[in-house]
Design a protein around this ligand. Structure first.
Ligand code: GDP
Ligand code: IMO
Ligand code: MG
Length: 434
């Protein structure tokens, strides 16, 4: 089963993947890097994951990082160290594809310097997480990336690093007027890290194939969200990988026949971190306003960068696009409880663009920026839905809202999340039985 974000990320993918691991044997990350921030809450205890798959908190579940993920080995060891310090067994059940491209300190320097340069040239920042993700994917596509497998060959590592750093430093110095990254300390640190990283490397595609043959249930865990996808998102305000369900195959080393069900994670409203168009956005600063409610009650602040997340009403016209791109089988609507107490709930059902009505998110970012949302109004509910575990317990107005989302976005609701904890979950049609 593939679990992907249906909006601009932070839909609650980590929570849902962790919940689903009760019935799964493995979790596979297939794209992105440590720009992701997935928060799991288990019996009130919070764990934040960035690179490690959200299966790690369930003992016995195998965790895989596929070839589509870019890996910063420094961050990887930090995250493993944090989990181990909290008593979680990691190394025995984490396997990483040796084909993963590396994220180097010079990628971080390039990412940050590019953002400053865009700003000073009046282009506006993308608002990246500053983790070097974009530059690392650029090197992969340009066929000059260092890959984890290079850590096994010190001489090859030295040669490739020299070549790559020469280019990075040229760009940093001559074009971006930023500080260079030194070769020798970078190499020495990679050689040190290699000792702990190399034992985790494996042929992930083949391991998934073997698990599949044994009848294992595997979860392919997306990072970011459909509208941040490099091809299908609000370009250029996107991340640098394909976040859509179709990439679960290419990014993990198996074919689409291994995927079966696609679960789209949809927040009951919309949020976005970083720049870029967002038609149903509301101001979040004014106390008493809906935007302020979503921001504060939803605790909408980025896990990776701590930036406030922009907030707005649910955009069903954007969801319609996401459900087509992902061929979503069922949706899990998360953070329903955040809407408790709102008198009225609005859903964006389409837009007016240059005087015409449009009922699906346009493809051109400049068009999206000119879209004026058209809203449908639904009654809110005053009762609390926080922590509910059964559909029948939900207020009638909440059920009507969920049913309307399914209708407008073209995909049935399989699950509803009513709180951050693993247990705060309602199942309508279990995705493993769908
Ligand atoms: P991800 O990147 O898609 O995994 O999502 P994040 O973890 O970045 O953001 C989702 C946030 O909402 C996290 O802090 C979760 O603990 C929290 N969360 C997830 N589901 C729910 C829910 O149903 N209700 C509430 N109130 N919080 C939730
Ligand atoms: P999860 O997996 C939300 C956004 C950044 C920026 C853009 C490009 O937690 O949902 P990048 O560093 O990737 O080059 O930044 O993408 N972004 C995310 N927004 N959730 C994420 O991950 C994100 N990962 C990247 O804010 O707008
Ligand atoms: Mg997140």
């Amino acid at each position: 089963m593939v679990v992907v974000g249906n909006q601009w990320g932070d839909e609650g993918k980590g929570k849902v993947v962790d919940w689903l691991t009760e019935q799964a044997q493995g979790v596979v990350r297939f794209q992105g890097g440590h720009n992701a921030g997935h928060t799991l809450v288990i019996n009130g205890h919070k764990t934040a994951l960035q690179l490690i798959p959200s299966g790690i908190m369930r003992p016995g579940v195998a965790c895989f990082i596929g070839n589509g993920v870019v890996v910063d080995p420094e961050h990887l060891m930090l995250e493993i160290g944090r989990l181990e310090a909290a008593g979680v067994e990691v190394r025995g059940r984490l396997r990483i594809s040796e084909s993963c491209p590396l994220v180097l300190p010079s990628h971080v320097a390039l990412d940050l310097a590019r953002e400053s340069s865009r700003e000073s040239r009046g282009l506006g920042k993308i608002g990246t997480t500053g983790k070097g993700i974009g530059p690392a994917y650029e090197d992969k596509v340009a066929r000059r990336a260092l890959r984890l497998q290079d850590l096994k060959h010190p001489q090859r590592l030295r040669d490739k690093l020299r070549e790559t750093l020469d280019l990075h430093n040229f760009m940093l110095r001559a074009y971006l007027h930023a500080a260079e990254v030194e070769f020798e300390p970078t190499l020495q640190r990679l050689l040190e890290l290699a000792e702990t990283v190399v034992p985790l490397l494996a042929d992930v595609g083949h391991l998934i194939h073997l698990g599949h043959g044994r009848g294992d249930r595997l979860l392919f865990e997306g990072a970011q969200g459909t509208l941040l996808d490099i091809d299908h998102g609000t370009y250029p305000f996107v991340t640098s990988s394909n976040c859509v369900a179709g990439n679960a195959a290419a990014g993990s080393g198996v074919g689409p026949g291994y995927l079966h069900y696609v679960l789209g994670i949809t927040k009951a409203y919309t949020t976005r971190v970083g720049s870029g168009p967002f038609p149903s956005e509301l101001p979040i600063d004014e106390p008493g306003s809906v935007g302020h409610h979503l921001h504060t009650v939803g605790q909408e602040r980025g896990t990776v960068t701590g930036r406030p997340r922009r907030c707005g009403w649910l955009d069903a016209a954007a969801l319609k696009r996401a459900n087509i791109i992902n061929a979503t089988t069922g949706q899990c609507i998360t953070k329903l409880d955040v809407l408790d107490g709102l008198a009225e709930i609005r859903v964006c059902v389409g837009y007016t663009l240059d005087g015409r009505d449009v009922d699906i998110l346009p493809l051109d970012g400049d068009d999206i920026a000119r879209c004026v949302p058209r809203y449908e109004s639904l009654p809110g509910w005053s009762a609390s839905t926080a922590g509910l575990t059964r559909w029948a317990q939900l207020p009638l107005a909440a059920r009507s809202y969920l049913e309307r989302i399914a209708e407008l976005s073209g995909t049935p609701i399989a699950m509803v999340s009513t709180g951050p904890d693993r247990e705060h979950t309602i199942v309508l049609q279990h995705p493993f039985e769908g």
